[in-house]
Write a protein that binds this ligand. Structure first.
Ligand SMILES: CC(C)(COP(=O)(O)OP(=O)(O)OC[C@H]1O[C@@H](n2cnc3c(N)ncnc32)[C@H](O)[C@@H]1OP(=O)(O)O)[C@@H](O)C(=O)NCCC(=O)NCCS
Length: 147
């Protein structure tokens, strides 16, 4: 984490977000997808960089008093260095500042790294959607309180 800067990003970063996302997920979210998501009321992105090189980001949305993590990705070559947790913590702080008291997300039951990250940060499973993802895996619904 030394030297990592986390800062808000907008439409100007759509290409960078799409590239980081493609390294983290099979499902393609291109720059246009990020443009559409960033246009949603309450959505925001925090981008993590080291020496001006983007290494990861979190995209969230606040609606009323809830926030959803839409996506979170760290460059595969930069993982296990605390960036994912730092982005999660910074994103939740910002969502709280915007009035959120509860956070939720969906994650594949097969995504051990993400599940370990979230449960290690105190998130708890609140439900499950059977065979939600294209690979046939269930979605775990995770939630945490921000108060
Ligand atoms: C999930 C992801 C964002 C984690 O990013 P990261 O920068 O490696 O995470 P951190 O270094 O902050 O890890 C924090 C903790 O999460 C857990 N963790 C992270 N990756 C893990 C792994 N591969 N296996 C087991 N635990 C893991 C550990 O408890 C870790 O703490 P530790 O390194 O002190 O043991 C990253 O693996 C990623 O981009 N994955 C692909 C995209 C994705 O699945 N996003 C989440 C979708 S909801």
């Amino acid at each position: 984490m030394t030297g990592t800067i986390i800062a808000p990003a907008g439409l100007e970063a759509a290409d960078i977000l799409a590239e980081l996302h493609a390294r983290g997920f099979d499902e393609v979210w291109n720059a246009a997808t990020f443009g559409q998501l960033l246009a949603l009321p309450g959505s925001f992105v925090l981008l993590a960089s080291v020496d001006d090189n983007p290494v990861g980001f979190i995209m969230m949305r606040v609606a009323a008093d809830e926030t959803e993590i839409l996506t979170l990705a760290v460059d595969p070559e930069k993982r296990r260095a605390g960036t994912g947790r730092a982005l999660l913590d910074a994103g939740l702080r910002k969502a709280r500042d915007k009035g959120a008291v509860k956070a939720f997300l969906e994650v594949s039951e097969r995504n051990a790294a993400a599940i370990a990250l979230y449960t290690g940060a105190g998130w708890r499973e609140t439900g499950r959607r059977a065979r939600y993802y294209a690979d046939g895996s269930d979605a775990l619904m995770l939630s945490t309180s921000l108060i």
